[in-house]
Design a protein around this ligand. Structure first.
Ligand SMILES: O=P(O)(O)OC[C@@]1(O)O[C@H](CO)[C@@H](O)[C@@H]1O
Length: 423
């Protein structure tokens, strides 16, 4: 039985040495600064700013935004809690807030917000392109050709799993529920919960009825499209996570769903600016699309379909400022709430989106996913590999088996994944 306790669990703070969140602030962030420092021949001013951020990560406090920051951005950060957290240690504020704000400061340091020659230059772009151009990506895209011989349902499932495990940058088009597995000793399937049947019931193939379609879904007043059902177009909001080898299978999935008539439209939500190293931005969508075209074969067919859908408006790309907010989705603004409310289903990819969806809290693992997401304005699904401590929706048996495995890193190592859906 899921735990339906309505008491919110404690918010995760990064102040416990030895714990995963502390390691991210104390070790990972400095490593990211060093990586960025080497990525471009930044001038002395930029390098000094990066060094100052490095020092601040170790023992500094969160500073207010610079006075020359864009006024709208300053207002946003004020709304997002800047006044409450300025002057406090990175380690003593909610971990989600500290991490998110770190990327804002990193972009300041490299001059991303300009003016100047570094304005708008993604400091993570070299790493993103290297991943996209890696031979593994070629192999994975070539493997798509073999999918053509599979029955449609199996292909649909393979593409869903490709998107899911792509969150581990592991575009394997896995055909079995067991996913990549965690070794023969492991008594728990890699997929710790799998609500994919519920997801497919929300997005049935063209010509069949969606029993669970959102009552608040787009009505006849929305723009018409070929294949639109009596209840309005079936719209998928896909809230993307990483660029490169995660975004590629996300795009393949969207293209496939369009091609099979399971969706009429898709809205792809990406980040307005570089974030969490590899998160996808609009430029990354274009890079991934070009990559599909250049691969030829089946990959190019998927890419062409998406290209056409972008040009005729069936697929749109959104980069909402709240996508980079240091807050849970429970605090989303009204315009975003209305967008998600109008979707047939919103699929959130990845670990960070999961943290923001259920709240970055020390939930008991058996906390009901439906309860934790009850505030979300429409049907919602999470496709996530487990890369941080937050978890909900496990059965008591699965939790016990994971713990009994003796492998304490199941929460953070990306060896397990979940598909959770609340209709
Ligand atoms: O959202 P993603 O790409 O699946 O994962 C991002 C992520 O692993 O990076 C963080 C550490 O910086 C984790 O807390 C976290 O959630």
């Amino acid at each position: 039985m899921p735990d339906t306790s309505s008491e919110p669990a404690p918010v995760i703070i990064g102040n416990e040495p030895g714990a995963f969140p502390h390691g991210v602030l104390a070790e990972r962030h400095p490593a990211i600064i060093r990586q960025v420092r080497d990525a471009f021949p930044y001038d002395p001013e930029r390098r000094r700013a990066l060094d100052a951020l490095l020092a601040s990560c170790a023992d500094g406090v969160i500073e207010p935004l610079p006075v020359d920051a864009d006024a709208r951005d300053r207002r946003r950060w004020a709304d997002w809690g800047m006044d409450a957290y300025a002057g406090r240690s990175w380690f003593d504020v909610p971990w989600l807030w500290a991490e998110s704000h770190f990327y804002r400061r990193l972009l300041d340091a490299v001059g991303y917000f300009g003016p100047g020659v570094w304005e708008g230059l993604d400091p993570f772009r070299p790493a993103k392109l290297a991943e996209l151009d890696a031979p593994e990506t070629d192999e994975e895209l070539a493997a798509l050709d073999a999918l053509a011989d599979l029955p449609t349902d199996e292909r649909t499932r393979a593409l869903l799993h490709g998107s899911l495990w792509g969150n581990r940058a592991d575009l394997g088009f896995r055909l079995s529920d067991s996913g990549p597995g965690t070794g023969t000793k492991d008594r728990v399937p890699a997929l710790v919960t799998d609500d994919s049947d519920v997801l497919w019931s929300l997005l049935p193939p063209a010509g069949t009825s969606a029993s669970g379609r959102s009552a608040s879904g787009p009505s006849a007043s929305g723009p018409s499209a070929a294949g639109t059902s009596a209840t309005g177009p079936t719209t998928l909001c896909l809230v993307a996570d990483n660029a490169g080898r995660e975004l590629v299978p996300d795009l393949l999935l969207v293209s496939h769903l369009l091609g099979r008539g399971r969706i009429d439209r898709a809205v792809l939500h990406v980040k307005p600016y570089p974030y969490y190293v590899s998160d996808a931005t609009p430029a990354d969508v274009l890079d991934a699309l070009r990559r599909l075209g250049a691969a030829g074969g089946a990959a190019a067919v998927y890419g062409d379909r998406l290209w056409t859908a972008l040009t005729d408006g069936r697929v749109t790309v959104r980069a909402h400022p709240f996508s980079c907010a240091p807050l849970p989705y429970a605090d989303m603004p009204d315009d975003l709430r209305a967008e998600f409310a109008a979707a047939t289903v919103t699929v959130l990819k990845g670990d960070l989106n999961y943290r923001r969806l259920v709240g970055d809290r020390w939930w008991s693992p058996t906390t009901s996913f439906a309860d934790a997401t009850a505030y979300f304005p429409g049907p919602v699904a999470a496709l996530r590999t487990l890369k941080s401590d937050v978890i909900t929706g496990l059965t008591a048996d699965t939790e016990a088996a994971l713990v009994a495995n003796g492998e304490q890193r199941w929460r953070t190592s990306g060896t397990h994944a979940l598909i959770q859906v609340r209709r």
